[in-house]
Design a protein around this ligand. Structure first.
Ligand SMILES: Nc1ncnc2c1ncn2[C@@H]1O[C@H](COP(=O)(O)OP(=O)(O)OP(=O)(O)O)[C@@H](O)[C@H]1O
Ligand SMILES: [Mg+2]
Length: 1142
C-alpha cells in the first residue's frame, strides 16, 4: 500500500470555537483512529502551543492513522478545569459528534460541518512500525535501537557511530538511554529543551537524559512509586555529567509556585555537587574529573511532586590518592584549589605556600595540567557553595585547616638519631598542632610513639621505627581526609534531610534515587581500590540483568506468554567469585587479615590460587605460567564482565585492614576544634578498652554495596548507559573497538533483543481495570463479565489495541508505551468529568442536607413567631383588661414591645385605644362647655406649642365686652348695641369681643372695641356708644399672626390687604392673663368646623408682616422701661409694639 504521511496544521478555526475565549490556538488531539470511510474521531481543545497532527493517508486518500506530535496538551486543571470545554469535550467524546474528516488531497478539514483549509507542511517518510516518534529524520540514524532492521552488533555500532558523528549522543533502547560522551559542549540542555521534555512521554521527543528523568519523575508522581536512575559506564563515560543534568532537569520542572523552602532544598541539592566534586574528584589518566567515590543521592518529594529534601550516600572514597598518585594523575581537586585559589591571608593563616610542588602529597600532580579545570575559580565556587549549603564560617575554617594539616603531614620527615626516631622540622609539627588545635607535644608523641596496652592492663609507649612512623603519618593523612569527606557529606545531609514530615499530613513521601558510581576501571597498575570499584560494577550489572533481562523473561514464562528465550551473559558467577562466603576473594582477604602473625600479600595470593584455581574467571601467573602479562607472586587476574583486569596483590592486605594507630584517634578527639573532634568519636575509647575487631575495608564496602543494590531493587529503575567513545577525550574520534567492547559488556544488544520481543508495560488485570475502566462503556462503573480479564479485553478491544497486547495468566502485557499513553490521555480527560460528577452528587447531597436543616429551622421559627404573637396578645390583654375602671382609662399603662410582625397591629391598637380613651374623656364634658373645649383644642393645634402662654387654664368667656364682670362700665351699652347689630347683620354668635388698642387711619393708636361674630369683624368706638367704625366680612379673613411672646398683639390678615392689627386689652375678669390663645382658638375652631376651611395661623418669634391699605408693614415688639401701657409706635419699616417693663 502506498502510504503517505504529512504534517498538517490547523490554520483557521472560528475564534469562539468551542466557546472559550482562552483559546489562542487550537490543537487536535487524536483519540481513536478508526478506519471507517476516512473518518477519524478527533477532539479539539485549546493549548498554548501550535497544534500539529500527523495524518497518514492511503492511496485513495483514506486516513489510515492520525496522531498528534509536538503537542503540549494543556491539561492544567487550574485554568482548564473551570472552562466549559470539558462539557463539550465530554459530549463529543460520548456521542462522537465531533468528526474531523480530511476530505482529500485538497487538504480541507471538515469539523462539525464546517470546512477549514489545512496547510500541508512537508512530506515525511512512513512511520516505523514500532510507532516511535522519529523526530530527527533518518539522516541521524535510528533514535531507538529497537528500530534496527536486524539486531546485530554491526548494525548497532553503525547506528551508534552515525548518531555520535551527527552530534546525537543519546539513543533509546526502550526506556534505557544510551549516552555517548561527546567531549564537547552541546547546546541541548537549555531552558527550551527542558520545556520540550517537560511532562511528555518518552517517545514524543528525541532521546535525551531529560526524557528518562521525566519518565522517572512521572512514574513517581503518577503512581507514587519510588524510582531510581542508575547511571553506569566506565570512568570518563559521562556519568557524573549525566547525573548533574538529570538533577538540573528535576530542579527546573518542580516547584512551579517557587515556594522558598523547596527552592532552598533544590539549591542545596545542586550546590552539593560542586562541593562533593571538589573533595571527592580527582584527575586520573582516564578522566580529568574522575569521581573517586560512589554517590547515590535520594531526592524526596512530597505529594505535590516538589522536592522536600534528600540524602546522599557515599561509597568508598579512594583515600590512598591522598598520599600517592600514579604518573600523570593528581591528588583530590580540593588541595590544588585551596593552594591556587585561596587568598594570601588564608594561605598565611594555614602556613601554606601557593605552589603545590612544595608539598609531598601534591607535588606530583602540580605539573599536571587540566584543560577544563581552573582550580582558582573552582575554589571560589566551592566557598560560595559551602556558604549556600549552610556551612558556618567556623566549619569552613576547620575544613581548610584539615586540608592544610594533611599537606603539612606529607612534608614531615623522620630520621633516626641512632637510638630513637626523631622528627625533621619541628616547625611543621607546631603548625600541625596549631591547625588541629592540639598540644604540640601530644602531636609529636602521636607521630613518633604508639601506646600499647599490655596483657596486665599496663600501658606502655612504644617508639616507632622510621618506616612505621612514615606509615603511621600516611595512614593518619588518609584517615583525616576520609573522615573530612564523610563529615562533609553528613553535614550536607543534615541540611537537606526531610524535616517535620508527617505522612498523614503531607501524603506519601516518594523518592527518586540517582546513582553515579565510579565506572569500571582498568589501569596499568590495579590495586585494592580498582578491585572494589570493579566488584561494585559487577553488582550493578547483576542488578541490570536481574531487572531488565532475567526477571523480564521469567515473568513471560510464568505468565504463559509465548516467548523466545534470549541468551545473555549472567555475571553472577563473577559476583560470587568476589563475595561468596568462605570461598570468595573478600573472604580470603579477610581471613588473611585475621590470621595472627605476619601474613604477607603473597601468602594471601597463594591462598587465593589454591581456593580459586578452578574458577573460570580467576587466574594468576602461577595458574597460567605461560602468561607473561602477569608477575609471579604479585598479580592475579579476574575476567570481569567488562574485561580482564590484572590486579597487583601488593598492599591488598594492608588496605583491607586499614590500620590506624589509636593514638591519632585520641589526639584528634582531644582537639579543641569542635568540628575535628566530631569527626573522631572513636578517639574517646580508653587504650585499655577491649574492642571487637573492626570489619575490614572490603567487607564494609561489600555490605554497603549490597545495601545499595537492595535499595535500588525495590525502586522502579531507569537506566542511563554511558559509553566512552575514545581514550583521548576527543569529540571527533569514535573508537570502534573500545565502543564495541563497552556495548558488549554492558549487554546492550541483549537489552535490545529482550526489548524488541518484549512488552513495555504489564499490569495485573485488576489494577489495569481499576485504572482504565472509565474509558469503556462496558466496564464503567462496574463490569458484568465473569472475570477481570474479560473486562480488560473489552477495554482493549474497544480501543482497537488487540494487536498490541498479550494476555498473561494474571497480567495484561502491553507492547508499546503509546497504547498506555493513549489510555492515560483518555483517563486524564475523563477524570475531571468524573470528579465533577462526584462533586455534583456530593454537592447535591450536601445541599439536600442543608435544605432539610433550613426547613427545620423555618418550622421552628414559624412556631416561635406564632408563640411570640400570641404571647403579645396575652400580654396586651392582661395589661389593658382593667383600663375601663382606671382613672386615666389606661393612659399610664405601658404597652409591651410587640414582635416585628405585629408592628402595624401595635400601631392600630394604640390608635384605637387612644381614640377610645379620648372618647371616654369627651363623653363627660357638658355640652355647654364643648364650645370652649373645641376652641382650646383648636388653639392648641394652631399654636402648635410655639406660644408659651395661651390661657388654656382659665375659662374662656369670649364675649368680654358683654361680660359685666369684665367690663362693668361698658357691658350694658355693649349688650344693647350688639342686639341691634345682631338684628341688623343677622349673625348668630359672638366669637370674641374685647377692648383693643389699635391703629386708626392716620396711624394713630386708639382704644377701640373688637367684635368678632360668625359673620363679621367689627371695629367699634366705645366712647361713641360702640359706633361701628369698620366692618368686614369674616370671609375676607385669610390668616392670623401672633407672636410667641406674652404680648397680646394679634394681626388678622384680610384678603383686601387691609389687616387688623390689635393689641388686646384685658378687663377685670382676668387682668393678667392671655387672650390671644382664646381669640385664635375661637376663630380657627369656627373656620374649621363651620366654614370648613382651615385658617392659617402664624406664630412669629419677633416680627411679623401685615398689610395696611395694601402696604406691607413690619411689626416688631419691644419692651420699654418708660412705657406705662402697651402701645404701637411708628417705626422705620412699620410699627413697634412698645411694652411696659414688667
Ligand atoms: N554530556 C556531556 N557534554 C559535554 N561533555 C561531557 C558530557 N558528558 C561528559 N562530558 C565530558 O567528559 C568528562 C568526563 O565525564 P564524567 O566526569 O561525567 O565521567 P564519569 O563517567 O563520571 O567518570 P568517573 O567514573 O571517572 O567519575 C567531563 O568532564 C566532560 O568534560
Ligand atoms: Mg564521575
Amino acid at each position: 500500500m502506498d502510504v503517505k504521511e504529512m504534517v498538517i496544521e490547523v490554520n483557521e478555526l472560528p475564534d469562539d470555537y468551542p466557546n472559550n475565549k482562552m483559546i489562542d490556538k487550537l490543537t487536535m488531539h487524536f483519540l481513536r483512529p478508526r478506519n471507517n470511510g476516512g473518518e477519524v474521531l478527533i477532539v479539539i481543545y485549546p493549548t498554548s502551543n501550535k497544534g500539529q497532527a500527523y495524518v497518514v493517508f492511503d492511496s485513495e486518500g483514506m486516513i489510515l492513522c492520525i496522531d498528534v506530535l509536538f503537542l503540549y496538551v494543556y491539561l492544567s486543571l487550574t485554568s482548564y478545569f473551570m472552562t466549559n470545554i470539558y462539557y463539550s469535550f465530554f459530549f463529543f467524546f460520548l456521542f462522537n459528534i465531533l468528526v474531523l474528516r480530511v476530505l482529500d488531497h485538497n487538504h480541507v478539514l471538515e469539523l462539525d460541518g464546517q470546512f477549514y483549509p489545512l496547510d500541508v507542511k512537508k512530506i515525511h517518510q512512513p512511520k516505523t512500525p514500532a510507532g516511535m516518534a522519529e523526530l530527527e529524520g533518518l539522516e541521524f540514524g535510528k533514535s531507538d535501537f529497537v528500530l534496527l532492521d536486524e539486531v546485530t552488533m554491526e548494525q548497532f555500532m553503525d547506528n551508534l557511530k552515525l548518531r555520535f558523528e551527527k552530534g546525537r549522543i543519546y539513543t533509546f533502547i526502550g526506556e534505557v538511554v544510551v549516552s555517548v560522551n561527546p567531549y564537547k559542549h552541546l547546546d541541548i540542555y537549555g531552558k527550551e529543551v527542558i520545556e520540550d521534555y517537560r511532562g511528555r512521554e518518552l517517545y514524543e521527543n528525541p532521546p535525551h537524559l531529560f526524557a528518562v528523568a521525566d519518565a522517572a519523575y512521572k512514574a513517581m508522581k503518577r503512581r507514587a512509586k519510588d524510582t531510581c536512575i542508575v547511571i553506569s559506564g566506565e570512568s570518563g563515560a559521562g556519568k557524573t555529567e549525566a547525573s548533574k543534568y538529570i538533577m538540573q532537569y528535576i530542579a527546573a520542572i518542580t516547584n512551579p509556585n517557587q515556594r522558598a523552602e523547596v527552592e532552598s532544598v533544590k539549591n542545596v541539592l545542586l550546590k552539593s555537587n560542586c562541593v562533593l566534586e571538589a573533595f571527592g574528584n580527582a584527575k586520573t589518566n582516564r578522566n580529568d574529573n574522575s569521581s573517586r567515590f560512589g554517590k547515590y543521592m535520594d531526592i524526596n518529594f512530597n505529594f505535590n511532586g516538589d522536592p522536600t529534601g534528600g540524602h546522599i550516600n557515599n561509597y568508598l572514597l579512594e583515600k590512598s590518592r591522598v598520599v600517592q598518585q600514579q604518573d600523570g594523575e593528581r591528588n583530590f581537586h580540593s588541595f590544588y584549589q585551596v593552594l591556587r585559589g585561596g587568598s594570601d591571608e588564608l594561605l598565611k593563616s594555614l602556613y601554606l605556600q601557593r605552589d603545590p610542588a612544595e608539598y609531598a602529597y601534591t607535588s606530583q600532580g602540580a605539573s599536571v595540567t587540566l584543560a577544563s579545570n581552573n582550580d582558582s575559580l573552582c575554589h571560589k565556587a566551592v566557598m560560595a557553595a559551602l556558604k549556600v549549603i549552610g556551612f558556618t564560617t567556623e566549619e569552613i575554617s576547620s575544613i581548610y585547616k584539615i586540608l592544610s594539616t594533611i599537606l603539612h603531614l606529607g612534608n614531615l620527615q623522620f630520621t633516626s638519631d641512632g637510638e630513637h626516631v626523631v622528627l625533621v622540622g619541628e616547625d611543621t609539627v607546631k603548625h600541625i598542632s596549631e591547625l588541629t588545635s592540639t598540644e604540640p607535644e601530644n602531636t609529636r608523641k602521636a607521630l613518633l610513639y604508639r601506646t600499647v596496652a599490655t596483657g596486665g592492663g599496663e600501658v606502655i609507649e612504644k617508639g616507632h621505627n622510621e618506616q612505621e612512623a612514615s606509615y603511621g603519618r600516611d595512614a593518619f593523612a588518609k584517615a583525616l581526609y576520609e573522615r573530612l569527606f564523610a563529615w562533609i557529606v553528613g553535614r550536607i545531609n543534615s541540611v537537606i534531610e526531610v524535616k517535620d514530615y508527617n505522612p498523614a499530613l503531607h501524603g506519601k513521601n516518594t523518592v527518586i534515587g540517582v546513582l553515579d558510581i565510579y565506572g569500571f576501571e582498568i589501569f596499568d597498575n590495579n590495586s585494592f581500590e580498582q578491585f572494589c570499584i570493579n566488584y561494585c560494577n559487577e553488582k550493578l550489572q547483576q542488578l541490570f540483568i536481574e531487572l531488565i533481562l532475567r526477571q523480564e523473561q521469567d515473568e513471560y514464562q510464568r505468565e504463559g506468554i509465548t516467548w523466545q528465550h534470549i541468551e545473555y551473559f549472567n555475571n553472577q558467577i563473577i559476583v560470587d567469585l568476589v563475595e561468596q562466603p568462605h570461598k570468595g576473594i573478600i573472604s580470603i582477604l579477610d581471613e588473611a587479615c585475621l590470621t595472627a602473625g605476619k601474613v604477607t600479600d603473597t601468602v594471601c595470593l597463594d591462598s587465593m590460587n589454591k581456593k580459586l584455581g578452578q574458577h573460570p574467571h580467576y587466574t594468576s601467573r602461577k595458574l597460567c605460567p605461560g602468561d607473561k602479562t602477569m608477575e609471579f607472586n604479585r598479580d592475579f587476574r579476574i575476567r570481569h564482565y567488562a574485561g580482564d583486569v590484572t590486579y597487583s596483590v601488593e598492599g591488598f592486605l594492608d588496605k583491607n585492614k586499614d590500620p590506624l594507630f589509636q593514638d591519632f584517634k585520641r589526639l584528634m578527639y582531644n582537639s579543641s576544634d569542635h568540628v575535628l573532634k566530631e569527626m573522631w568519636p572513636d578517639g574517646k575509647m580508653s587504650i585499655t578498652e577491649v574492642t571487637k575487631r573492626p570489619l575490614t575495608a572490603a567487607t564494609l564496602f561489600k555490605n554497603s554495596i549490597i545495601a545499595l543494590v537492595d535499595k535500588l531493587a525495590c525502586k522502579e529503575p531507569y537506566y542511563v548507559r554511558c559509553i566512552k567513545p575514545n581514550e583521548v577525550k576527543s569529540p571527533l574520534l569514535f573508537d570502534d573497538g573500545r565502543c564495541q567492547h563497552q556495548v558488549a559488556y554492558l549487554g546492550l544488544l541483549e537489552n535490545v533483543r529482550v526489548r524488541r520481543a518484549g512488552f513495555a508495560y504489564r499490569q495485573p488485570y485488576a489494577r489495569f481495570l481499576q485504572r482504565y475502566k472509565m474509558t469503556c462503556e462496558y466496564t464503567w462503573p462496574n463490569h458484568l463479565m465473569s472475570t477481570d480479564q474479560e473486562a480488560v479485553e473489552a477495554i482493549v478491544n474497544q480501543h482497537g489495541f488487540e494487536d498490541d497486547v498479550a494476555y498473561g495468566h494474571t497480567k495484561l502485557f502491553v507492547r508499546t508505551p503509546r497504547t498506555l499513553f493513549t489510555l492515560e490521555q483518555e483517563r486524564a480527560a475523563l477524570i475531571p468529568i468524573l470528579v465533577l460528577f462526584l462533586q455534583k452528587v456530593w454537592r447535591g447531597a450536601l445541599a439536600r442536607m442543608r435544605c432539610r436543616k433550613i426547613r427545620a429551622i423555618y418550622t421552628i421559627m414559624a412556631h416561635y413567631k406564632c408563640y411570640k404573637v400570641k404571647a403579645h396578645f396575652w400580654e396586651v390583654e392582661r395589661r389593658f383588661a382593667n383600663v375601663r375602671n382606671m382613672a386615666d382609662y389606661g393612659k399610664s399603662v405601658e404597652w409591651p414591645t410587640p414582635p416585628a410582625a405585629l408592628m402595624q397591629f401595635h400601631r392600630i391598637t394604640q390608635h384605637l385605644h387612644r381614640r377610645w380613651w379620648a372618647r371616654q374623656l369627651i363623653k363627660n364634658i357638658p355640652p355647654s362647655d364643648m364650645a370652649e373645649v373645641r376652641a382650646k383644642v383648636a388653639a392648641l393645634s394652631a399654636l402648635s406649642g410655639e406660644r408659651v402662654d395661651w390661657g388654656y387654664s382659665r375659662a374662656w368667656e369670649r364675649d368680654y365686652l358683654a361680660n359685666a364682670k369684665d367690663s362693668p362700665l361698658m357691658s350694658t351699652t355693649f349688650v344693647r348695641i350688639t342686639k341691634e347689630l345682631k338684628n341688623k347683620d343677622q349673625y348668630s354668635q359672638v366669637l370674641f369681643s374685647c377692648s383693643v388698642r389699635m391703629l386708626n387711619w392716620f396711624n394713630n393708636t386708639k382704644d377701640r372695641a373688637l367684635l368678632i361674630t360668625d359673620k363679621h369683624i367689627y371695629r367699634l368706638e366705645p366712647k361713641k356708644h360702640f359706633k361701628v367704625q369698620k366692618r368686614i366680612s369674616l370671609d375676607t379673613v385669610v390668616g392670623v399672626s401672633v407672636t410667641s411672646g406674652s404680648d397680646q398683639m394679634v394681626a388678622l390678615h384680610t384678603a383686601s390687604q387691609d389687616d387688623f392689627l390689635v393689641h388686646l386689652q384685658r378687663g377685670q375678669l382676668n387682668p393678667n392673663q392671655d387672650r390671644v390663645g382664646e381669640l385664635v382658638g375661637s376663630l380657627t375652631d369656627h373656620f374649621t368646623r363651620v366654614k370648613n376651611t382651615p385658617l392659617p395661623v402664624k406664630v412669629c418669634s419677633t416680627a411679623f408682616q401685615v398689610h395696611m391699605s395694601g402696604k406691607p408693614k413690619s411689626i416688631t415688639v419691644e419692651t420699654k422701661p418708660s412705657q406705662t401701657a402697651a402701645d404701637f409706635k411708628k417705626s422705620r419699616t412699620g410699627f413697634t409694639l412698645l411694652l411696659p417693663h414688667q
